[in-house]
Design a protein around this ligand. Structure first.
Ligand code: DC
Length: 230
């Protein structure tokens, strides 16, 4: 059966990654979490002091980009690929609220986007891929056969994210998490280069009141219908 490209975009903490990962597993496709790539560049920028301090050095960050190597390495025990920054596994560190606070800013930088979009296009050359992010259906794979645009209320998203971070042992308040979700929505959808927006041919999918099982079944159904028609 012919393989397709599936683009899953949407606001932060809408559960895109969870669904995309499960969908890829069910279809035997590759899964790529592009947010992890922006997060890894952000972690690099924070470690070097380019962002997150009193002053920002975005030009220096841009200059350092050719020296950054990003790789996804499949972890057979966990059943998914983890993010590596210059051969170091950074999967845990990139998910902290500290990185979340800086990542939207780093993702506004044109040169960062050019580098990562180029890598993402390369990963999808053979199709058979589920990629999630903010600009997958609009910029990375405008020709994707299936595009989903996930939404949920900021409160529903903050509640999920708050629980996730507490489970990981981060000490923070719900108000901080809600503010981060709202700030990222604003920056992600107002930036100059590839702002977050629904592709015209994407299916809008609001999961505020939907459990994971129902979400998966519906989206898996969309995918099977498109694949059958190929
Ligand atoms: O999906 P996430 O929350 O892990 O993404 C982290 C940030 O990266 C998000 O605030 C916006 C940015 N991002 C982006 O600009 N384009 C993408 N394709 C993926 C993520």
């Amino acid at each position: 059966m012919q393989k397709i490209t599936i683009a899953i975009d949407g606001y932060s903490s809408t559960g895109k990654s969870t669904i995309a990962k499960e969908l890829a597993r069910a279809l035997g496709y590759i899964y790529v979490d592009t947010g992890a790539m922006y997060r890894a560049v952000t972690l690099h920028a924070m470690r070097k002091g380019y962002v997150g301090g009193h002053t920002e050095h975005l030009d220096a960050l841009v200059k350092s980009l050719p020296g950054i190597e990003l790789n996804f390495v499949y972890n057979t025990e966990l059943g998914f690929a983890e993010m590596y920054l210059n051969d170091e596994n950074v999967e845990g560190e990139i998910r902290t609220l500290d990185v979340s606070r800086q990542v939207s800013k780093v993702a506004t930088i044109k040169e960062v986007r050019i580098k990562l979009v180029d890598m993402q296009k390369g990963m999808g050359k053979e199709k058979g891929i589920v990629m999630d992010g903010r600009d997958i259906g609009t910029v990375v794979f405008p020709e994707a056969e299936l595009k989903i645009f996930m939404t949920a209320s900021p409160e529903a998203r903050a509640t999920r994210r708050y629980k996730e971070l507490l489970d990981k042992g981060e000490k923070l308040s719900y108000a901080d998490v809600l503010k981060n979700v709202q700030d990222r929505d604003y920056i992600d959808s107002h930036r100059e280069f590839s702002p977050l927006k629904k592709a015209e041919d994407a299916i809008e999918f609001d999961n505020s009141d939907m459990g994971l099982k129902e979400q998966f079944e519906r989206i898996h159904g969309y995918a099977l219908r498109v694949i059958e028609k190929q």
